[in-house]
Design a protein around this ligand. Structure first.
Ligand code: SF4
Length: 82
């Protein structure tokens, strides 16, 4: 759904599945996302002056996270290979 011009996701358990699963969501991986401390957070949204799709800070963070994930995966593959 979109709230105030922002894509927003609401997660909730549904029906019988709710009774069978426990979902643990960690925030550690996103604590350093630039949006968490951005002074423009409330003004930011698709099509606005501050737009996540064109934000250099967010792109830099995503690139660093992707590089970190690649390194982790490579280390795990190397460990499995012996
Ligand atoms: S996408 Fe960029 S401008 Fe928007 S809240 Fe995040 S850091 Fe701020």
């Amino acid at each position: 759904m979109t709230v105030g011009g922002r894509k927003t996701y609401k997660l909730y358990p549904v029906g019988a599945a709710a009774a069978r699963f426990t979902v643990q969501v960690g925030v550690a991986s996103i604590l350093d996302i630039p949006c968490a401390t951005c002074p423009h957070l409330l003004e930011c949204g698709a099509g606005g002056f501050y737009d996540p799709s064109t934000c250099a800070l967010l792109e830099l963070w995503l690139r660093r996270e992707a590089a970190r994930l690649r390194q982790t995966q490579q280390a795990q593959q190397a460990q499995q290979a012996g």
